[in-house]
Design a protein around this ligand. Structure first.
Ligand SMILES: *[C@@H]1O[C@H](CO)[C@@H](O)[C@H](O)[C@H]1NC(C)=O
Ligand SMILES: *[C@@H]1O[C@H](CO)[C@@H](O)[C@H](O)[C@H]1NC(C)=O
Ligand SMILES: *[C@@H]1O[C@H](CO)[C@@H](O)[C@H](O)[C@H]1NC(C)=O
Ligand SMILES: *[C@@H]1O[C@H](CO)[C@@H](O)[C@H](O)[C@H]1NC(C)=O
Length: 347
């Protein structure tokens, strides 16, 4: 409503445009529900509020135990999910895997949740299944999602983002809440409510020291957690997002893809993430190439023109993530009613 105050005298069209800019579901990286909760319980985290990670994806193998969840991912366009390559080691029947988007509870999906299947799997061509460098994969959905309050795009960090200066940062996932949980029988111990935790980015030169991760950290990695351990990602969180708040704007950047760790949340062994900004060009070129080849073969496809790029001032830009028409109609009906009320109240 603070958006409206200086606008009372403006022309209708301008008002509509500005209202659209204030509308929380337009953009990327906006956490429509803030979720800070200090109840410590990922490892050292807490239950995330529904809608607080609207870009998070649960990748599920339908014939696996429990919910079938095996990895996380992030929605970066209406049709593409960014995740980790190692989720697909020994994978079979990938076309039958399920992607669940728009829920925090894997047992009760809720009306806004959307289930999709994998149309295309692109694994980083230099991914090394021994060292896990370039641990990145792209999944094309069988059909685009429709954005809503619980389904939104992440903002893909490019080289212009000064990642080391960002804070706070969070990790989220449905992975184990303590090390070894999986081998103890994952059905009972893996959470079905999304967990999130606050983490600090740790300088990769420190993370690479002989008494830490011992020289296996590359420039394309990020480390996040705490020197003393206690908080971090664990088995089942792989592929999921590491996000950090923008320095100025009220939105979050997708800066890392959960890759690996020695154990979970051990002292001086923080979680290791693929640094998204290092792969920005790889992501853009592979999505563009895949879209082009599908156009060439005559399949319909929603247009791809780079990512939605947030700016701190939130000027209006069209979003590549489509909304259901009835939501737009609802929204503009609301605006009309508001305008009528304003008109009536004018002295
Ligand atoms: C914090 O999390 C706990 C446990 O999940 C829950 O009982 C409590 O209501 C939450 N508090 C807030 C403010 O969200
Ligand atoms: C790991 O990579 C090597 C060489 O690319 C390949 O021969 C091997 O089958 C891979 N292992 C798994 C488990 O995918
Ligand atoms: C992949 O398959 C190979 C050969 O069957 C096995 O040795 C290895 O442990 C498997 N890796 C994973 C991650 O399941
Ligand atoms: C980590 O240490 C190894 C061994 O000294 C080195 O080759 C590598 O470049 C270092 N990584 C970074 C990011 O500096």
């Amino acid at each position: 409503s603070s958006c409206l105050v200086p606008l009372a005298k403006m022309k209708l069209l301008l008002l509509l445009l500005l209202l659209a800019a204030c509308w929380p579901v337009w953009g990327c990286g906006v956490r429509t529900v803030s979720s800070y909760n200090n109840t410590m319980r990922v490892v050292g985290g807490w239950n995330a509020q529904p809608g607080s990670w609207p870009w998070i994806v649960s990748i599920q193998v339908p014939w696996a135990e429990g919910t079938g969840h095996i990895c996380g991912g992030s929605l970066i366009t209406a049709e593409w999910v960014l995740t980790a390559a190692h989720c697909f080691i020994n994978a079979s029947y990938v076309e039958l895997w399920r992607l669940v988007i728009g829920t925090s509870n894997l047992y009760e999906l809720g009306p806004e949740a959307q289930v999709r299947y994998i149309k295309t799997l692109i694994i980083h061509e230099h991914y090394n299944n021994v060292t896990h460098v370039h641990d990145l994969a792209l999944l094309q959905l069988d059909q685009p999602v429709q954005c809503n309050y619980y389904v939104q795009l992440a903002c893909v960090a490019d080289s212009s983002v000064q990642v080391s200066k960002l804070s706070p940062c969070y990790v989220g996932g449905w992975g184990a809440m303590y090390e070894g949980a999986r081998s103890l029988g994952r059905t009972k111990i893996l959470p079905y409510i999304l967990q999130e935790a606050l983490v600090n980015l740790i300088d990769i030169r420190i993370c690479n020291r002989s008494d830490w991760n011992a020289w296996i950290i590359e420039k394309t990695h990020l480390c996040a957690g705490f020197p003393q351990g206690g908080t971090g990602t664990c088995q089942g969180d792989s592929g999921g997002p590491l996000i950090c708040k923008d320095q100025i704007g009220d939105f979050y950047w997708l800066v890392g893809v959960t890759s690996w760790g020695k154990g979970c949340a051990r002292p001086q062994l923080p979680g290791v993430y693929s640094s998204v900004q290092h792969y920005y060009n790889w992501i853009v070129s592979h999505i563009s190439a895949a879209q082009e080849s599908s156009w060439r073969w005559g399949h319909s496809s929603s247009g791809f023109n780079q990512f939605y790029k947030p700016v701190p001032t939130q000027s209006y830009r069209p979003n590549p993530c489509p909304y259901p028409r009835h939501k737009l109609v609802e929204f503009f009906t609301g605006v009309e009613q508001l305008l009528n009320t304003l008109k009536r109240n004018r002295p």
